[in-house]
Design a protein around this ligand. Structure first.
Ligand code: ZN
Ligand code: ZN
Length: 243
């Protein structure tokens, strides 16, 4: 994957208009490379019983016919995958992360440094456009959202909901995870009922990467979902139909 070579000025012009870079400079994915990763990811979701054999066949036929390809897994502003995919959104998101993330990471490698907090205040990834999958409170107290699809991260208001943009005080509720999970919580918006799991890196200084933390804490998703909350970046829970 050839990295995007835009300079700071080009990136900032895009961000100031509220447009993620991928919307104006889409990466050219190699069908063969993505297909190899996709095969491994499809084995995982099939073993988990998360896809119907008929849906798998439809997807494989569409892929082989060239009707669907890597770009159908790329996020459309704030959501992942196209509605035409035969799989549930959780499955599409998992497939997208597993098959596209290495390419997206390499593609945005040189432009990450151009992002300053003032350039981007939206609740979607400034690089690829996906919804955030995790929140980190940093050493200096700022809140940083993480994108699972491209490995991007951006500073975001601590009181605003990243999903509906509501900044009214009191709309963001914090559901603490319990004593064993000190430093972890679920941020829930009472306006749109969206939620995001977060970690305070000052308390959990040995915490792992955002993706590992997210996929390693399905018990918090269960609490949130049972409380009537939802998240736009689907969770691994969705791959477990028995839940
Ligand atoms: Zn991203
Ligand atoms: Zn909201």
């Amino acid at each position: 994957m050839v990295p995007l070579g835009w300079g700071a000025e080009g990136c900032q012009q895009c961000w100031r208009r509220g447009v993620p870079l991928a919307a104006e400079a889409a990466p050219a994915f190699s069908r063969e490379v993505v297909e190899r990763r996709l095969e491994a990811a499809l084995d995982v979701v099939t073993a988990a019983g998360a896809v119907e054999p008929a849906a798998l066949e439809r997807f494989a036929a569409a892929w082989d016919a060239g009707e669907t390809g890597p770009s159908s897994l790329v996020p459309r502003r704030g959501r992942i995958g196209s509605p035409a995919e035969p799989f549930a959104p959780d499955v599409v998101a998992f497939l997208a992360v597993a098959s596209l993330r290495p390419d997206f990471e390499a593609y945005f490698d040189r432009v990450r440094e151009h992002l300053a907090p003032a350039d981007w205040r939206l609740g979607i990834c400034p690089f690829c456009g996906a919804p955030p999958g995790w929140g980190d409170v940093l050493e200096d107290g700022r809140r940083r959202l993480a994108c699972h699809l491209c490995g991007g991260a951006w500073v975001f208001s601590r009181v605003a909901c990243p999903f509906c943009g509501d900044e009214s005080t009191g709309n963001l509720r914090r559901l603490e995870a319990g004593e064993r999970d000190e430093g972890y919580w679920v941020s829930a918006c009472t306006a749109c009922h969206g939620y995001l799991k977060e970690i305070d890196r000052r308390v959990r200084w040995n915490g792992r990467s955002a993706l590992v933390e997210d996929w390693g804490s399905p018990h918090l998703d269960l609490v949130a979902v049972q409380g009537g909350l939802w998240r736009p970046m689907p969770t691994l829970l969705g791959l477990m139909p028995q839940l």
